[in-house]
Design a protein around this ligand. Sequence first.
Ligand code: ZN
Ligand code: ZN
Length: 397
Amino acid sequence: MKLIDPITQFSNEIQALRRAIHAHPELCFEEHDTAELVARKLTEWGIPVIRGLGGTGVVGVVSNGSSKRAIGLRADMDALPMQELNTFPHASKNEGKMHACGHDGHTAMLLGAAHYLSQHRNFDGTVYLIFQPAEEGGGGAKRMMDEGLFAQCPMDAVFGMHNWPGIAVGRFGLTAGPMMASSNEFEVIVRGKGAHAAQPHKGIDPIMVAVQIAQSWQTILTRNKSPIDAGVLSITQIHAGSATNVIPDEATLIGTVRTFDLDVLDLIESRMKTISEHTAQAFNASVDFRFKRNYPPLINSAAETAFAADVLRSIVGEEGVDAQVEPTMTAEDFAYMLQEKPGCYVFIGNGEGDHRSAGHGLGPCNLHNPSYDFNDALLPIGATYWVRLAETFLKPA
Ligand SMILES: [Zn+2]
Ligand SMILES: [Zn+2]
């Protein structure tokens, strides 16, 4: 592995920052202390800072030379509303909040790159270091964009990175095209007519209608959508009734739909609506159909993905890069940035959890697990990738 020496030598400081952030997790749009720490460090290293985009968002601006070319490197800063089970010294001090997705590591890796870039300006152009709030469901990326991120910081391409358990340390995964799914949620209320359970003929049973709808929806995936296209429809909650001898008025179906393609999403949503309305009608019931689109699919552009893969090969070698990694049905709001700018999102291997020592919880070392911890061995690897990506993108003519 060809890590950058000064970054490796600075690893202890980056690790201390990572652990400080881990110990003080903050939720969506509440990343005040984290943003303060990030802005303070950038300022200390002589990097001008833009604040306030997306509330707690921070952008560091490192320029050199005269080129107008610019690249964006993005990290997320928010934690999750869950209780940490680890007991090591840097475990969460904030009750019910935890860095279980490794965003503490993302923030630290980008800070490590910032420190190096501020001292060694081996590039011609501008590097925007984007520290965004609220990736976990809050759409912080979108809010930064709505508040002028790309207008204030015009960039030619933007890049993102996520730690990924199950990929070995020193390896990266990426792929051109869809890499993560669109995430959407639905809530469908079936309205019938309550009755005595022993006199069902005097009512309209919403539970039977809901069950019919639930069954029929699955045919959208197997009979309407092309078998080549990916799509998931999971009903995760069914609520109805409160007694053994009462047919309730209503039944509610709640769940999520995921796709890699917006046309497939259009198809699934419209078929779900048709099936629920017509099934209800067939039973003399009615429905309230609510479908909410959250993050769009994350789609890496081909040229920037090839570019990122080449930069990665220069660091971890051919065998360290899986340039056709299997996409996942999880979602990520970096997708919004990739709708407006070319760019690429990569997975940096977090290993199988053997970095965990005493004080770790017993659960698996998976994202969003209360025993999770970002692997500090990644800090110089990720920071080196950011720096080489920026230096190669902004190579002096
Ligand atoms: Zn997450
Ligand atoms: Zn995450």
